[in-house]
Design a protein around this ligand. Structure first.
Ligand code: NB4
Ligand code: NI
Length: 184
């Protein structure tokens, strides 16, 4: 299983690299990695398991965070009843279109690869149209909004070597333009 020891931290050059596209058919090894990434998210959201293995809670995990420079990420966003609202392995995700309207999490963002807390709003597109492939190579296109859209943008940033704090306003971390909506 993936634990915090398998997650690389800010300073490791893999986190700043542009990850390579996954080619199809996917290897058994890469499919197994995808399964383990999703298992990590499930474990991290289970209070008993998270406590036992000292896992930080996560709603997303990108392959570069486990030092595999491939364009693949797991996303597990639960609803209020802890039922999966968005649960997908995104392979070669691409944002096809994005809203002009921006959104940011009111609590800011944290990253499993960044050990310190960095305060500030992270402006992202409020709505995106996302294309991705699943493990079998089937194409998916979905319109995503608000929280789910923000999580997917954080994960896609990892595939491009970008970390959340790159987006925070250096002079005034909590400054956003008036059209940015706050979520959560
Ligand atoms: C990715 C997120 C950071 C901001 C927003 C949030 C948590 C992460 C990083 C956007 C994407 C991981 C991947 C949380 C969390 C709310 C939902 C459900 C029940 C606990 C869980 C806690 F843990 N970020 N952590 N950070 N990353 N919400 N929640 N809750 O997930 O670095 O690149 O279980
Ligand atoms: Ni992250």
């Amino acid at each position: 299983m993936i634990t915090m020891e398998n997650i690389i931290r800010d300073g490791n050059p893999t986190l700043r690299a542009r990850a390579k596209a996954v080619t199809f058919p996917m290897s058994t090894e890469t499919k197994e990695l995808a399964g383990k990434m999703m298992e990590f998210l499930e474990n991290s959201q289970n209070p008993e398991i998270a406590e036992k293995y000292k896992l930080r809670a996560g709603v997303g995990l990108a392959a570069p965070q486990v030092d595999v420079s491939l364009r693949m990420t797991a996303v597990l966003v639960p609803d209020e009843n802890n039922a999966p609202l968005f649960k997908h392995i995104l392979v070669n995700p691409t944002i096809l279109s994005e809203s002009v309207r921006m959104a940011a999490l009111s609590e800011g963002e944290g990253c499993l690869s960044v050990d310190r807390e960095i305060p500030g709003y992270v402006p992202r597109h409020d709505r995106i149209t996302l294309r991705w492939y699943d493990l079998d190579g089937n194409k998916h296109v979905e319109k995503l909004r608000d929280y789910v859209a923000i999580v997917c943008q954080h994960e896609i940033d990892h595939l491009n070597g970008i970390l959340f704090y790159d987006h925070i306003n250096k002079e005034n971390p909590f400054k956003t333009d008036p059209s940015t909506i706050l979520i959560g």
